[in-house]
Design a protein around this ligand. Structure first.
Ligand SMILES: *[C@@H]1O[C@H](CO)[C@@H](O)[C@H](O)[C@H]1NC(C)=O
Ligand SMILES: *[C@@H]1O[C@H](CO)[C@@H](O)[C@H](O)[C@H]1NC(C)=O
Ligand SMILES: *[C@@H]1O[C@H](CO)[C@@H](O)[C@H](O)[C@H]1NC(C)=O
Length: 251
């Protein structure tokens, strides 16, 4: 804190040189009040030396508490429960949608996924979506998921599943009534390959931008990253994302 005092002393002298005495006395009063307050902090932080680089977070426990675990069995109810905290509603809606659009077999019949209905209910037709480093529009992303569904059905039977260990959910801050926001989810997907007995799971992370459009939520943007492999080649750059005239100049 002594370096702070030196800086302030220096600026006081600069003022003394250029400004009338009555302004100076006012400043002196103000600065001395601040210095008094600052010296209280100085006692606590005096031995914390400056080190270049990023310091450890002073809020590790709060950061951990911001992570939500959503029960998949109650996610869809929770998403519409107005007495639940907004960030929980938002994360629960995402969990509910993920369960509906993931193209894994839902019953003993490996072809019974009905994930296309879930896809149509969750993804906005003008949205932008990516998997690994490849971007897609609405139809392109559905085509990729169709391919995933086929590969999963052929290789995993009913053994495929996905889950999220936690969500970090930030509802839109500018409107306390907005149902939109940003959500990050971390977890795994994978399962038991046909002919095997042990599951192979792959880390899977997703970042969602959820927009409220005409009173309901939509996935406006999804960036999904997974290490789960596919035999099929994904295009390096995919398709041009739709232009959003509210934030971009569309030619
Ligand atoms: C809504 O959430 C509140 C608070 O979490 C809970 O007490 C209540 O049972 C929930 N209602 C429904 C219908 O799930
Ligand atoms: C799934 O497979 C069963 C029999 O294997 C068939 O009867 C059923 O029509 C198929 N369902 C779909 C949606 O293709
Ligand atoms: C996605 O990227 C990861 C890391 O490069 C890679 O291991 C994985 O096979 C990719 N998945 C697909 C489906 O392309």
């Amino acid at each position: 804190m002594s370096s702070m005092e030196v800086t302030m002393d220096f600026s006081l002298r600069a003022i003394e040189f250029y400004e009338p005495a009555w302004i100076l006395s006012n400043f002196k009063m103000l600065w001395s009040t601040i210095l008094l307050a600052a010296s209280g902090l100085a006692a606590v932080s005096a031995d914390t030396l400056y080190r270049p680089g990023v310091p450890p977070s002073p809020f590790p426990s709060q950061a951990a508490a911001a992570r939500l675990t959503i029960n998949p069995d109650t996610a869809c109810e929770l998403a519409e429960n107005a007495t639940t905290a907004r960030n929980v509603q938002l994360a629960a809606w995402v969990e509910c949608q993920i369960l509906a659009f993931y193209p894994y077999p839902r019953t003993e019949a490996a072809n019974d996924t009905n994930w296309v209905a879930g896809y149509k209910a969750a993804f906005h037709p003008d949205g932008r979506f990516s998997f690994n480093n490849t971007g897609y529009n609405y139809d392109g992303f559905q085509a990729v998921y169709t391919m995933f569904s086929k590969v999963i059905g052929q290789n995993y039977g009913t053994g495929w599943q996905q889950w999220r260990d936690y969500y970090v959910s930030s509802p839109d801050a500018w409107d306390p009534k907005s149902k939109g926001g940003q959500v990050t989810g971390m977890g795994y997907n994978g399962g038991v390959l046909r002919g095997q007995t042990v599951a192979t799971n792959y880390p899977n992370a997703a970042y969602f931008v959820i927009k409220e459009i005409e009173g309901r939520r939509w996935i406006w943007e999804l960036r999904e990253q997974s290490t789960s492999p596919t035999a099929q080649w994904l295009p390096q750059y995919g398709q041009n994302w739709p232009c959003d005239p509210t934030i971009e100049v569309c030619g």
